[in-house]
Design a protein around this ligand. Structure first.
Ligand code: ADP
Ligand code: ZN
Length: 430
C-alpha cells in the first residue's frame, strides 16, 4: 500500500472537482446561516449561498484575513457553540496576538486523517517509533503530528521541543525511526549531536518530517547529509487546521489535501485570482470543516500551484516550496527580497553553518542590510584575515545573485541563537 487514503489521494481531477463543488457550496451555506461575520460579508457582496455552485464561483466570495480573526477573538467566527467543540488551539503568534483554531470532533478526525496521509507518504508506518519534537501545547504542530502518528498506529515519543541532549539520548536508546521537528530545530539537534560525538548517520533514524517555517532546498540537503536521513516537509497553518494542509511525497512534491482545503493563488496587490502556475499569495478555503471553516483565507505565503502528474501516483494538486511570507519580505532600496533567497546563497557557498540573521537598518534615506552568519568551525583557524576574505566572497555572491550590496559579519561560533521551534531570522530595526 502506497497511500493512506487511495481514493482521495489518487482521485481523478473531474471527480475531485465535483467533490469540491459540492462541499464548497455546503460550507458557504453553513457559514451564511451560522456566522454573522460571513452573513454580512456575503450580503455586502450581494452573494446568496444558492449562487455558489462550485469552485468556479470562488472569486465571488469575500476574503478573510488575519485581522478578521483577531477582531473576532476568541470565537466570533466559530459556527458551533462551545459545547460542540472538541479542542481549541491558538497560533504561536509569530506575527502578533494569537488567533484561535477551534475544532469539532469531526474536524479533529479530519486533521488526524490529513496528518496520517502526510506521514504515511513520508514512510512512517504502524509500529514505528517516532519522536515528536514539535512544541506540544497551543501550537498546532506538536498535537497535530501526534494525531497523525497515533492514527497510523506508531509508538509515539512526545519529546516536545527543547532539552536537546535528551532528544539525542532518546533517539539512541529508543531507536527512533522518524523525527518530527521544525527544520531549524532539526539542525540544532544535528549540530548538538556532532558536538556530543554522536553520529546520527549511524543511528536507525531514517526520516524527518519538517515544517512550520520556511526552509530552502539547500537547508534540506544539509539536514540529509548531516543526519543520513530523508528530510520531508509538512505545511500548514492554524487557521486551516494546522499541519496537514500539504505534504511532500517520495518525489519531493508538496501535495495539498485539496479535498479538505481548496487552494487558489491571487495577486496580493489586485487580489485577482491567478491561473495555476503563476506565483502569488496562497489563499485557502476549508470545505469540510465545521467549527471554523474560513472562506478565501489569505495566508500571506508566496508560492505557485502546479497541476502535473506526479510519479508517486497522487493526483492531489501540488504547490512549490513557500518562497516566504509576504510579512517577511524585505524591501531594500526598492528591491523585494525574501530571507529564503539569502539563505540559498549562504548555504550554496558551502562554507557556512545553516544559521543566519538579517539585520535591517536605515541610514538617512538608505536601507542597509547586514547578514550575520557563522562559518564552519575549521574556517576560524585561519584568523581574521581569512574570515574577512570569506566574507568578501559571500558579499560578492549575494550582490550578483540578489542585486544589492549587503554587509557581512561572520560571528564567533555559537553566537547565533539555536532554534528549538520557529527560527527568528529577520530583525528590522528601521
Ligand atoms: P504563526 O502564524 O503564529 O506562525 P502558525 O503555526 O499557524 O502560526 O504558522 C503558519 C505559518 O507557518 C504558515 O502560514 C507559513 O508561513 C509557515 N509555514 C508552515 N509550514 C511551512 C512550510 N513547510 N514551509 C514554509 N512555511 C511554513
Ligand atoms: Zn507526489
Amino acid at each position: 500500500m502506497n497511500y493512506w487514503n487511495e481514493k482521495f489521494e489518487t482521485m481523478g481531477v473531474e471527480e475531485m472537482r465535483a467533490f469540491q463543488d459540492e462541499n464548497l457550496a455546503a460550507t458557504v451555506a453553513w457559514l451564511y446561516e451560522r456566522v454573522p461575520f460571513y452573513t454580512k460579508a456575503l450580503d455586502e457582496k450581494g452573494v446568496k449561498p444558492a449562487y455558489i455552485k462550485g469552485v468556479d464561483d470562488l472569486s465571488k466570495l469575500p476574503f478573510t484575513v488575519k485581522t478578521d480573526l483577531r477582531d473576532n477573538y476568541p470565537l466570533g467566527l466559530c459556527a458551533v457553540p462551545v459545547n460542540e467543540l472538541a479542542r481549541i488551539h491558538a497560533s504561536s503568534g509569530t506575527t502578533g496576538k494569537p488567533i484561535t483554531g477551534p475544532y469539532t470532533k469531526e474536524d479533529r478526525d479530519q486533521w488526524a486523517e490529513c496528518m496520517a496521509r502526510t506521514l504515511y507518504a513520508q514512510g512512517v508506518r504502524k509500529g514505528d517509533v517516532i519522536q515528536n519534537a514539535y512544541g506540544m501545547g497551543l501550537f498546532t504542530g506538536g498535537l497535530g503530528f501526534l494525531l497523525g502518528a497515533e492514527n497510523i498506529g506508531c509508538c509515539v515519543v512526545p519529546s516536545g521541543s527543547g532539552m536537546t541532549d535528551r532528544q539525542i539520548m532518546l533517539m539512541q536508546d529508543l531507536n527512533t525511526k522518524a523525527l518530527f521537528a521544525t527544520p531549524s530545530y532539526t539542525l540544532t539537534i544535528a549540530e548538538r549531536a556532532e558536538k556530543m560525538g554522536v553520529d546520527i548517520r549511524k543511528l536507525p533514524l531514517e526520516i524527518a518530517s519538517c515544517g512550520a517555517e520556511p526552509w530552502t532546498l539547500e537547508m534540506k540537503a544539509d539536514i540529509e547529509r548531516r543526519m543520513g536521513i530523508v528530510a520531508h516537509e509538512a505545511y500548514g497553518l492554524t487557521e486551516m487546521m494546522g499541519p496537514g494542509v500539504a505534504f511532500s511525497c517520495s518525489e519531493g512534491k508538496l501535495h495539498i489535501n485539496e479535498d479538505h482545503i481548496l487552494p487558489e493563488i491571487v495577486d496580493p496587490d489586485t487580489l485577482e485570482q491567478l491561473p495555476v502556475g503563476e506565483q502569488g499569495e496562497l489563499v485557502f478555503t476549508a470545505i469540510q470543516r465545521r467549527a471554523m471553516p474560513l472562506l478565501r483565507y489569505r495566508t500571506r505565503d508566496i508560492t505557485r500551484l502546479v497541476r502535473e502528474k506526479c510519479a508517486c501516483g497522487r493526483t492531489l494538486i501540488t504547490m512549490e516550496k513557500i518562497l516566504g511570507r509576504s510579512d517577511d519580505m524585505l524591501i531594500i532600496s526598492g528591491v523585494n527580497i525574501f530571507p529564503s533567497q539569502i539563505e540559498s546563497v549562504i548555504l550554496d557557498m558551502g562554507d557556512y553553518e545553516p544559521l543566519y540573521q538579517l539585520r535591517v537598518t536605515k541610514k538617512g534615506y538608505l536601507d542597509k542590510i547586514k547578514v550575520e552568519v557563522e562559518a564552519k568551525p575549521e574556517f576560524y583557524e585561519g584568523g581574521a584575515d581569512a574570515l574577512a576574505q570569506m566574507a568578501g566572497k559571500l558579499k560578492a555572491k549575494l550582490n550578483s545573485v540578489i542585486g544589492i550590496g549587503m554587509d557581512i559579519e561572520i560571528l564567533p561560533i555559537g553566537t547565533i541563537p539555536r532554534s528549538e521551534g520557529k527560527a527568528k531570522r529577520v530583525f528590522d530595526e528601521r
